[in-house]
Design a protein around this ligand. Structure first.
Ligand code: GLU
Length: 320
């Protein structure tokens, strides 16, 4: 039986782009009789907005999405909040450490920026020059009391996978991502590690998420390999762009579900618009998430990013 999931980071109210990905994840699992898990990715305390934890659950329910396992309904893989699963991540770190996949990095953000020959102020992809600089400086920095971050040593291999939606994908993770952080210097565990550990522990068989995470997926596939576990299948959904062609972001206050709820917009309007923007339906009309299950087929989803038109936005808010 397929096991799908949606894993919001509660850094604010969900926007239309988040809702769209959540709907695809739910349709993908439910249309084939699969189960659905809701996991809250609240590892980074500084970015977590406490009201958004419950808020995101309420917003998803309002849309018509339900789950069999989650923070509010429980389940066999509790806890469904990453902040309460730290032991599992530390165990995985120990395994990766024991198999020689990790190293301590003493370089500061400033060091990294200075090492970047590329555009001013940007961070380099962590590769050979950074590894060498780290080896050169580690001892002095350790003596000076600097806490290291822990990075995954990316091997020189090509990662290939077949995305359910986007087809064959191929990445040179050393060139595109570099040695990535699995535990920050302030001890916060990284998304890349936690998401892999949790998807394994929760028995997730398919991961549906935004295509902004494609290179992250390539990095995560290396973690699966290092942990000697078969990865789930992936479907990366092209992002929804706002009317100016930019990707939606919570911090920009892009159309959030809570704002739409407050303005009296019906969930069927939101779902109808998103289903239409995805190619799930061919007519722009009100639909419930449940009704769309009959129309949903992954292979028919649009594969390019979509911008909402002013006319569609006006329809959404009932101005037309
Ligand atoms: N928590 C991540 C986010 O909200 C999603 C992670 C994932 O789906 O793998 O962007």
């Amino acid at each position: 039986m397929p096991r799908g999931r949606y894993a919001p980071s509660p850094t604010g109210a969900l926007h239309l782009g988040n809702a769209r990905t959540a709907l695809v994840a739910w349709w993908q699992a439910r249309s084939r009789g699969g189960s659905f898990t809701l996991r809250v990715e609240d590892l980074d305390e500084a970015r977590t907005v406490s009201e958004a934890v419950q808020g995101n659950l309420d917003e998803l329910r309002w849309l018509g999405i339900d789950w069999d396992e989650g923070p509010d309904v429980g389940g066999p893989h509790e806890s469904y909040r990453q902040s309460e699963r730290l032991d599992l991540y530390h165990q995985a770190l120990e395994r990766l450490e024991a198999s020689g996949h990790l190293f301590e990095c003493y370089l500061s953000r400033k060091d990294l920026r200075e090492l970047a020959s590329a555009p001013h102020g940007s961070f380099p992809v962590y590769g050979e020059p950074e590894r060498r600089a780290n080896e050169r400086l580690a001892q002095a920095k350790r003596a000076g009391g600097k806490d290291p971050s822990v990075r995954f040593r990316v091997p020189d291999v090509t990662v290939e996978f077949s995305d359910l939606l986007m087809g064959a994908k191929r990445f040179d993770v050393r060139k595109e991502v570099g040695d990535f952080v699995v535990r920050r210097a302030d001890n916060v565990l990284a998304y890349q590690l936690a998401v892999v550990v949790d998807d394994i522990a929760m028995g997730i068989t398919e991961v549906v998420r935004g295509d902004d995470l494609l290179t992250s997926t390539a990095a995560q596939l290396l973690l699966y390999r290092a942990l000697d576990v078969d990865p789930p299948e992936y479907a990366h959904v092209p992002l929804l762009l706002d009317e100016t062609g930019r990707r939606m972001a919570k911090r920009k206050g892009s159309l959030t579900l809570s704002a739409l709820v407050a303005n009296g917009v019906r969930p069927e309007r939101v779902v109808g618009l998103l289903a239409y923007s995805l190619g799930v339906t061919s007519v722009l009309e009100e639909r419930s998430a449940e009704e769309c299950l009959d129309h949903y087929e992954l292979a028919r989803l649009r594969q390019e990013p979509v911008s909402l038109t002013p006319a569609e936005l006006a329809w959404l808010t009932g101005e037309s």
